[in-house]
Write a protein that binds this ligand. Structure first.
Ligand code: NI
Length: 404
């Protein structure tokens, strides 16, 4: 099938702006900043937007929201309201990870690294902004571009929504560069893509005693070890085998000295699920096991549950449209099949407000060392996929605004 006129133009712009996108990625990679501290990053994005003459606002202290107005006939109604408005979102924060890649453009900030690829998100979005600016004569509405802070601490999307970034927005598109998806392919299936992400802490109260007189106390450390064991049965015995669920205990702290029996202990961890029902069930089951197992040992244990982001579900109509956009700019062979992941994303917050779609841009390529998982100190990407990510975003915005 021959390319449509807009796809043809986006492909030409992709070829022209690929070096710019890679240069931007490396620049942001070298200067990572943690959530809500993206001051330099925000300034740099503003500078790039200024160079393009794209207007923007700063609804929160860090982060930036740009507007691209289409000039196609009928893009705006007589009262100045666009006939449609789409939001494109890129997150911009980094992680407290000490980079070990040895790359020439490695992090210049000790202990902070773009280990989740949000540097790529900024670069792909700046590329998409260029493509959209240069095709605005064919853009049949308005594009609002969200450079969102603080995704890694699950706070940025909520802060942006509270600041009104979705006001007047009909739909939203987001993407994550992804190490579990092959470079050159993109996954935009409908339905659950990322998990309910909840956090917990268990505080155990026993009775401290002399290490040689264990019968005089209640050993909180032994109770903790029993709880770690007991909680394993939830996923293995209580969850239906075809339902994804993870219960990970990440920390266990107890004890003060080798001859003192621990009077207190605590565990922390995370629970991941797709279904809202299972999310509630797992919490209830944990509460019961923790309370009763501790009681059996004569101790007390309390579960503190901190809900994180809800699961991310792609809207079926948006996913179907996005698959067409991917096939248009990258070819039908670029459509990946990926089962989704139990990691979390605060993009789900937007999807509670408006329908939308979240794409995984494949970046795994062992030939260039890009096979470490996100958040690894060795994490890197196949940079040749970045231009494709930018083209998909630009094509999708055009397709949505054209009513495709
Ligand atoms: Ni991420």
């Amino acid at each position: 099938m021959a390319d449509s006129a807009i796809t043809q133009r986006i492909k030409e712009l992709g070829a022209r702006w690929e070096p710019y996108i890679i240069e931007q990625r490396r620049k942001f990679h070298a200067h990572p900043e943690l959530g809500f501290k993206e001051f330099w990053t925000t300034e740099e994005i503003a500078r790039e937007l200024d160079a393009l003459g794209v207007p923007y606002e700063r609804p929160t202290e860090t982060g930036i929201v740009a507007t691209i107005k289409g000039t196609a006939p009928g893009a705006y109604r007589e009262d100045g309201v666009p006939q449609r408005r789409i939001a494109l979102r890129a997150d911009i924060d980094a992680l407290p990870v000490d980079e070990q890649t040895g790359a020439s453009y490695a992090s210049a900030v000790e202990g902070v690294m773009h280990a989740c690829g949000h540097d790529c998100h900024i670069a792909m979005m700046l590329g998409a902004v260029r493509m959209l600016c240069e095709t605005r004569d064919a853009l049949e509405g308005e594009v609002r571009v969200l450079f969102q802070p603080a995704e890694e601490i699950s706070s940025g999307a909520r802060a942006f929504i509270e600041a009104g970034v979705l006001d007047g927005v009909d739909t939203i598109y987001g993407a994550h560069i992804w190490s579990e998806v092959k470079a050159g392919t993109v996954s935009v299936e409908s339905g659950p893509r990322m998990a309910n992400t909840d956090w917990f802490r268990v505080d155990i109260d026993g009775v401290s005693a002399h290490g040689a007189m264990p019968h005089k106390g209640v050993d909180a450390l032994v109770v903790g070890a029993e709880l770690i064991d007991a909680l394993q049965i939830i996923v293995s015995r209580d969850v239906p085998p075809f339902e994804p669920a993870v219960l990970t205990i990440g920390e266990f702290h107890a004890g003060v000295a080798k001859n003192v029996m621990a009077g207190t202990a605590y565990l922390t961890g995370t629970v991941r699920t797709f279904s809202p029902e299972l999310r509630v069930q797992l919490r209830e089951r944990m509460e019961r096991i923790i309370r009763m197992a501790a009681e059996a040992f004569g101790a007390e244990a309390v579960l503190t549950w901190t809900p994180g982001n809800a699961a991310l579900h792609n809207d079926p109509a948006c996913a179907a449209r996005a698959q067409k956009s991917v096939a248009a700019v990258l070819g039908p062979q670029a459509l990946a099949h990926y089962e989704g992941t139990l990691s979390g994303e605060d993009f789900s917050e937007y999807l509670h407000e408006v329908p939308g779609v979240f794409a995984f841009i494949g970046a795994r390529n062992p030939d260039v060392g890009a096979d470490y998982p996100q958040h690894s100190c060795y994490y890197t990407v196949d940079e040749s996929v970045l231009v494709g990510g930018a083209m998909v975003a630009a094509q999708y915005a055009h397709d949505y605004l054209a009513g495709a």
